[in-house]
Structures are given as C-alpha cells and as structure tokens.
Design a binder for this molecule. Structure first.
Ligand SMILES: O=C(O)CCC(=O)C(=O)O
Ligand SMILES: [Fe+2]
Length: 343
C-alpha cells in the first residue's frame, strides 16, 4: 500500500508497506482477506460498465437523495469543466433517518442502489465485503496517523460517530480513451473531502497525478494490489495543515489504448461537526515540522474550503451540488438547498 506526502517535497511517490506494521497474528489474516476482496471486485469493473445502457441508467443517481448511483459519461464536473468518466457510487450500509425540517445534508447518507442480481451475480456481495475490509483498514490508519502526529491513538476518534452510525462512500470508475471523449480531463484537479481516500488503480494505466509541494504534477503509476492514500481536506483542516490535502487529477488514457478503471474509497467524518470547534493540541516539535517544510506552492485544486465555517455535512452537500448539477435538478426539483462558493 502506498501513500503520498512526506516531510520534504517529492518527485515520486513513497511506498509504505502496511504488513511491516504487523504486530499480532490477526493482521496477516486481515491482509489476505483484503487482497482477496481486491481481486474479486476488480473482475467486475468491465462487466458492470459493459451492461446495456438502460440497465445502468436504471440505477441513475437522480433516483437517490443520497447521491448514490450511476452517473453517465459527461454529467460530472470539476472546477466547472466536464469530467470524461462514467461511474457508480455506493457506500457502506446505512438506513437514512432524516426527517422533514432537519438540515438537508442529513439526507446524504442512506442505502445504495446495487445492480440487479440477474445482471451481475455476486456483485453486491463482493463489494460489501470490499467495503468492510477497506473501512476497517481506514480506521486503523487513522489511529496510526494520530500517533504519527504526536496524539494518543484515539486522538482523532472525536471526528467519527459510532461506527454503526457512520457511512463511508466508494465508487467504481471508468475512463474511456481519448479516441471517444471530448477532452483529456478524466477528472479535473480536486481535493477529496474527508480524512483519507484509499484509491485502488484497477487497471495498468498511467493517468493519475498528484501535485507536490511546489505545485508540479507528479505521476502516480499503478502498482498491483496497492492503494494510493490521499489526504482529504477535512484532515488538513483538523491537523492545522500538518497533513496537506492531496491535490490530484486524472488524465484520460491515450488514444489507441484501453479504458482505465479505478475504485476510490472515501473515508467520511461525522456530518454535524464544525471543525473550528475541534482544535487539537499537537506537541510543539510536531507543529515545528510545518516550518521545516517551508513555503508551499499553489495547488490547482480549490474545493472543500468551507470546513472552517460550515457543518461538515453541508460542505459535502455543496460539493455534490457543484459536481453533479444534472442529478441535483431531479433530486431537489424545488431549488438547490445550499449555494457554496463557485468552483
Ligand atoms: O480514478 C482515480 O484514480 C482518481 C479518482 C478520484 O480522484 C476521485 O474520484 O475523487
Ligand atoms: Fe479524488
């Protein structure tokens, strides 16, 4: 498993071997289960995207107030420009408990739309296993991260509700080649929302890039059975910038090659937090590391800047509204619930 970000600037992506952290007998078992889960889900990607268009459209995101479902090529936008990708968003299992009068952002978590069993036997079961394994890894990582920043192992636990009341999101993504799409923007420059993203590059394609501390774009080549771990904007905020959010993008695969596939898992934080009310006390020697890093270059990504001022769930809703304007028109026919700064 690999990770971006380190004390000094980077021009290639550092690799972190999670298995070296094994201290108990259970970890190797967990790692084996995780690897099996990865192998099982990768095989479904061309199968799902190869379904007849009407079978995929039956799961359209506009059916879901939770923004979970299928988005056709050309409906999603980043920084106001169309992304050239097709995707199915789903999430860890959770019933929605929103009631009329409560904030709209509490509608964001709820059940997924899964492909019909007769269309793709085993799809739902394989992805539910995958979600469980990566969710568990993500919580372990948060504990390690807290320790690495000089906090107690549970020092970041206040940003999560009880596990059974949390929902984390994932999706499967297909990037067609430049032969068939209108631009080279697979997905434009952006930050992810919450704490950590575990991104599985599920085919052997270049295209993913991250911005280093000087603002240069660095390739992140896929390595079999590794995750790219992105730092989300909420984690940057609660760590007072010690962990800098990963600015990243995907370039469409070259003409004459084949489609690229990926599976990001986005670790959410609780929905009703105002991060400005949760100021962590880091040891002075850890805070000093920011000075060692020196002046940071500009990033091209501009989203999720509202964490300081708005409830965390609202920040996510603003992003969904900006990124998926067409789905929003159907989900909120009487007008948009929130208007964030334009990006
Ligand atoms: O497909 C990828 O490799 C990256 C996807 C991504 O950054 C996202 O959907 O947030
Ligand atoms: Fe991303």
């Amino acid at each position: 498993m690999s990770s971006v970000g380190q004390g000094s600037n980077f021009t290639s992506i550092p690799i972190l071997n999670y298995t070296l952290l094994s201290s108990s007998e259970t970890r190797p078992v967990f790692i084996k289960q995780l690897r099996n889960a990865l192998i099982n889900v990768i095989a479904f990607l061309p199968k799902f995207f190869g379904l007849p268009q009407e079978r995929k459209d039956a799961l359209r995101m506009a059916n879901s107030p939770h923004f979970l479902g299928y988005s056709r090529l050309g409906v999603e936008m980043t920084k106001g420009a169309v992304d050239q990708r097709e995707q199915l968003d789903f999430a860890t299992p959770l019933e929605n408990t929103w009631k009329l009068g409560e904030p709209e952002y509490l509608r964001l978590w709820g059940p997924s739309q899964w492909p019909a069993e007769e269309d793709l036997p085993g799809f739902k079961a394989a992805f539910l296993r995958y979600l469980k394994a990566v969710e568990s890894l993500s919580y372990e990582f948060v504990g390690l991260l807290a320790e690495s920043l000089g906090l107690p192992p549970d020092g970041l636990a206040q940003f999560f509700d009880a596990r059974e009341r949390m929902q984390h999101r994932a999706k499967i993504v297909k990037y067609p080649t430049r032969d068939t799409v209108a631009s080279g923007q697979g997905v434009g420059p952006h930050f992810d929302a919450g704490f950590l993203t575990f991104l599985l590059q599920a085919s052997d394609h270049p295209g993913l890039q991250v911005q280093n501390l000087s603002g240069e774009w660095i390739d992140v080549p896929p390595r079999p059975y590794t995750f790219v771990v992105n730092i989300g904007k909420a984690l940057e905020s609660v760590t007072q910038g010690l962990a800098r959010a990963t600015s990243h993008r995907v370039l469409a695969p070259a003409a004459g090659t084949s489609p690229r596939y990926s599976i990001p898992f986005f670790q959410n934080i609780a929905q009703n937090l105002r991060l400005s009310e949760h100021v962590l006390q880091f040891p002075a020697e850890v805070l000093e590391l920011k000075g060692v890093r020196g002046q940071l270059g500009q990033t091209d990504s501009v989203n999720f800047t509202e964490y300081e001022s708005l409830p965390s769930g609202e920040v996510t809703l603003i992003n969904r509204v900006k990124a998926l304007p067409r789905s929003v028109q159907t989900i909120f026919p009487y007008g948009l619930p929130v208007h964030g700064t334009a990006y």
